[in-house]
Ligand binder design. Structure first.
Ligand SMILES: [Mg+2]
Length: 335
């Protein structure tokens, strides 16, 4: 595998590990997590959804983002306006896996529908389900005011796609935003995803995290309604440079149920963690939306480090790891 291909795989696999590590504790308080982990925080898979290594909606939807981009690429429809309909279609296919019928006819067949672990409800976000259930057309962006983290958590593949297609900062940001905007109507809900996609692209290309964040913030500030996301990311940068414990710092960043907090917690964890195990431990062992913060943090880590430092047994135990790797490599190989 080339160094770049390994970063594509690392981005999606490490994200899925973060998701699966966070899944068992997503709805636990920090006191409950301490009691489960004897005060150590999460350092191993615990059972979720009846198994070890179970992925959740974060990884499921990330794979559907991949499929949207691959389909757009194979049809030669990669302009921002056209890609909206591919995002909508892909997430409507995902809606079908959640035992809900798509309100609109879909024009391509999703290969992901045959993957058993994707045909399972894993605490899907209400905003995603509701926005898709009421989708009026394949071109429609969300009309709601949601800034839940369900948009940003699935946007990493846009950064990978942007590497492959040599997209500019501006277009990468726009595609990332649109990927979230089809279900999340609040600027924070989608601008955070634009920023995340730009950071992922820059990391794959070898920038440092600080430099990648600077590029993302520059682009972010060109858009109306960016202030909340900007403040959260700046707070993460500031806290990463203090001597506060990770627990205190994460508490100051929020719980991660909303987009700007999930992104800020993930960025903070990648800025301060010394290795992948510590990254997982910090990013999921808090009383908030652990699987989403773990997933975003893992995406960032893998984009920087590839599969380096990810314990082999974790990869082996991860549900759907072959499918996740295949989707990463398919994006790497898309012309
Ligand atoms: Mg989840």
């Amino acid at each position: 595998m080339t160094a770049i291909a390994e970063r594509f795989s690392g981005c999606l696999l490490a994200g899925a590990i973060g998701d699966a590590m966070g899944a068992p504790v997503e709805f636990m308080s920090s006191v409950e997590i301490d009691s489960l982990t004897h005060g150590e925080g999460v350092n191993q898979f615990y059972q979720a959804y009846g198994k070890l290594g179970a992925i959740t909606d974060d990884t499921q939807m990330t794979l559907f983002t991949c499929e949207a981009l691959l389909q757009a690429s194979s049809d030669g429809d990669c302009s921002s306006e056209q890609v909206i309909s591919y995002f909508n279609q892909a997430y409507l296919h995902w809606l079908n896996t959640q035992q809900e019928a798509s309100p609109l006819p879909l024009t391509y067949t999703s290969h992901l529908l045959n993957v058993p672990s994707l045909n399972a409800r894993r605490a899907p976000g209400i905003t995603c389900i509701t926005a898709l259930r009421n989708k009026p057309s394949l071109q429609a962006l969300a009309e709601n005011e949601s800034k839940g983290c369900g948009g940003v958590m699935r946007a990493a593949p846009v950064g990978l796609f942007a590497v492959r297609k040599a997209l500019s900062d501006e277009v990468t940001f726009r595609l990332g935003s649109l990927c979230a905007h089809v279900t999340h109507g609040h600027p924070t809900g989608y601008l955070s995803a634009g920023l995340f996609a730009v950071v992922i692209r820059c990391l794959i290309q070898g920038m440092t995290l600080r430099a990648a964040i600077d590029v993302g913030l520059r682009e972010l500030q060109r858009h109306n309604g960016h202030e909340e996301t900007l403040l959260s990311v700046q707070r993460a940068l500031m806290l990463s440079a203090t001597g506060l414990s990770h627990r205190q710092a994460i508490q100051m960043l929020g719980e991660g149920w909303v987009a700007e907090e999930a992104l800020a917690i993930a960025l903070y964890c990648v800025l301060v963690a010394k290795d992948f195990s510590q990254l997982i431990n910090y990013s999921v062992s808090h009383g908030g939306d652990s699987d989403s913060t773990g997933s975003i943090a893992g995406n960032l880590w893998g984009a920087m480090h590839g599969l380096n430092g990810i314990p082999q047994p974790w990869l082996a135990q991860l549900e759907a790891h072959q499918c996740i790797n295949q989707m990463a490599l398919a994006l790497h190989d898309c012309a």
